[in-house]
Design a protein around this ligand. Sequence first.
Ligand code: ADP
Length: 226
Amino acid sequence: MVQISCRDLCLGYERKEIVRNLNFEVCSGDYLCVIGENGSGKTTLLKVILGLDKPMSGTLELCGGLRRRDIGYLPQQNEFQKDFPATVREIVLSGRQAKRGLRPFYSAQDKEIAQHYAGKLGISDLMGRCYRELSGGQRQRALIARALCAADKMLIMDEPVAALDNSSAVEMYDIVSELNEKGMTVVMVTHDSAAVRRNAKTVLEIGNRIFCGSTGDFMALSPEES
Ligand code: ADP
C-alpha cells in the first residue's frame, strides 16, 4: 500500500531550487534510505514529508490512511535545542504528545510506551536526569526513544547514528530492523553506506545523480560506493 506519493516535486528556499522533478513512492513496510552529498536537500525532503516545509512545486501526498501524527521523527541532533530545560522522561514522553489530543495528561499507556522504548535504548536510569546534562550519545538515545514513541506507522530518521558509538549504532539498527519486520515503514537519511547495503529495501539518491529503486539495483549501478 502506497503511503507517500511524490510527483514532480521541486524543493528549495525562496528562489533557489535544490531538487528538481522528484518522483517516488514509499510503500507500507518499506525501508527507504535517502542518500546524497551534504546540501543536496535530504533534510528538506524529510521536512516536506512532515509538513514542516512546503515544496516549491509538485505534490507530496500522504495516502493509504497515513496521517502525520502516525509518524515518528528523529531530527538531526543539532536542530534540537541542547540546553532544553526538560528531563529525559519529558523528552521521551513528548513523543506521545500528538496522540494525547486534548487530554491534559499523558495516559498510563503513554507512560508504559515511553518506559518500554527508554528500556530498549538503555536510558531507563537517565529518565530523571536533565536532558542538557547528557552526553551527545545519551541525548541521541533519548531522541530516538522519543521518535519511536511517536511512530505508529512510520519512522523518519535524519542521520540516526550521528553521535552514537559503534555498538550503540548496531543496537539502534537492530531495533529499527525489528520494528520494520513487524511492518513499520522506515525512511532514513544516512551517510552510512554499509548500513544502506545491509538494511535498505529501497534507495533514493538525490543531488548530482538522482536514483530511486531497489537496493540491489542501486548496488549494481554503483558497486564502488556500496
Ligand atoms: P542535506 O540534508 O542534504 O544536507 P538540506 O536539506 O539540509 O541538505 O539543505 C539543502 C540546501 O538548502 C542547503 O544549501 C541549505 O543551506 C539550504 N537550506 C536549508 N534550510 C534552509 C532554510 N530554512 N532557508 C534557506 N535555505 C535553507
